[in-house]
Design a binder for this molecule. Structure first.
Ligand code: ASP
Length: 340
């Protein structure tokens, strides 16, 4: 039976055109896309059938907010039963955030959702848009990958393990702590052993609060007022602390450590993430890191920043208590982190 996929267009470079002030989203994209795909397929049947849907506002994904994650999830849920797979066209700047968020919002699923985009617009003669799009369509239609993935430049990555690593290269995305699910060259080398099991979805709608999760980077000499300023609202429910190496904070800074201990006592979930992209947190390998164990701060193991941020948003929106969230952050819900 011929497969049918839904392409959901949200904006990003893939569909942008030049303006006086640089690339901007364009509304002429559907016509351009149909024409290019028609040329590719030339009446053949290699490409799956597709429908194209656009979000209400096409954006540069630098402007993405948690509301956009929910809008995309809602559209996917609404059309789930009609298609065999889904391709979400998205800007690269925050694609890893949206991919991570969708993995949690949708929960276990039984069809592929593949986010893709490009570094050069489809409107340019030399571009990476067409191949990223065509390959994503073929993967979404023909492979059993029932999870949220990100396809870019020959690699299919687990969405909530991916991060944008390069601003100027075509191989922009990387999965620092999990193998690539597939490598696409002359053949498609699919690591089916890594793929999550298909599960009938049980969708829900969530409301996210953009003020709920803050991020505090540690740097030499960081004053405690950085954390103070970030927590200066009773809407804040979680804080990601970006520490050094295997999860070491500057524990000699007593004011900072006291402020973090108070945040934990106030019910704010503080999660320890490493500034290193590869390897993650081993909280307590050093006495500096163990200081966080002493004050109730949980390890974010090897979560990417994008996965940790969106997972906290999701767990808060789903109504979990601080105690439950502390248990769940270092536990894989959708394959997003290692098991300690
Ligand atoms: N600024 C663009 C965006 O994220 C970058 C891209 O798509 O490559 O929408």
């Amino acid at each position: 039976m011929t497969k049918r996929i839904l392409i959901l267009h949200t904006g990003g470079t893939i569909s942008m055109v030049e303006s006086k002030s640089g690339y901007v989203p364009s509304h002429n994209f559907p016509a351009r896309l149909h024409e290019q795909l028609e040329n590719q397929n030339l009446g053949g049947t290699e490409l799956p059938l597709y429908n194209l849907l656009e979000t209400e506002h096409l954006i540069d994904s630098s402007n993405s907010t948690p509301k956009d994650w929910v809008a995309i999830a809602d559209l996917l849920q609404e059309h789930w039963h009609k298609f065999d797979g889904f391709v979400v066209l998205h800007g690269t700047d925050t694609m890893a955030y949206t991919a991570s968020a969708l993995s949690f919002i949708l929960g276990p699923i039984d069809k592929p959702v593949i986010l893709t985009g490009s570094q050069i617009p489809l409107a340019k003669v030399r571009n990476d848009a067409l191949s990223n799009l065509v390959i994503s369509m073929m993967l979404a239609a023909n492979y059993a990958v029932p999870e949220v993935c990100l396809y870019f430049n020959g690699k299919l990555l687990r969405g909530n393990r991916s991060t944008k690593l390069k601003s100027m290269q075509l191989d922009a995305f990387h999965s620092p702590n999990f193998p690539d699910i597939a490598k696409v060259g002359i053949d498609v080398d699919m690591r089916q052993d890594l793929v999550l099991k298909p599960t009938k979805p049980n969708f829900a709608h969530y409301t996210f609060d953009g003020n709920a999760v803050m991020i505090a980077p540690m740097y030499p000499g960081v004053p405690s007022r950085v954390v103070d300023a970030l927590l200066d609202s009773n809407k804040v429910q979680a804080l990601i602390l970006q520490t050094y190496g295997v999860g070491n904070p500057p524990d000699a800074n007593k004011a900072l450590m006291d402020r973090l201990a108070k945040a934990n006592q106030d019910g704010i979930v503080v999660v320890n993430l490493s500034q290193c992209l590869i390897g993650g947190v081993f909280q307590g390998s050093y006495a500096t890191g163990d200081s966080l164990n002493q004050i109730g701060i949980v390890s974010g193991v090897d979560l990417t920043l994008e996965a940790a941020f969106t997972k906290l948003h999701y767990l808060l929106a789903a109504g979990y208590s601080s105690a439950d969230i502390k248990q769940l952050m270092p536990t894989a819900l959708r394959g997003e982190c290692r098991h300690d």
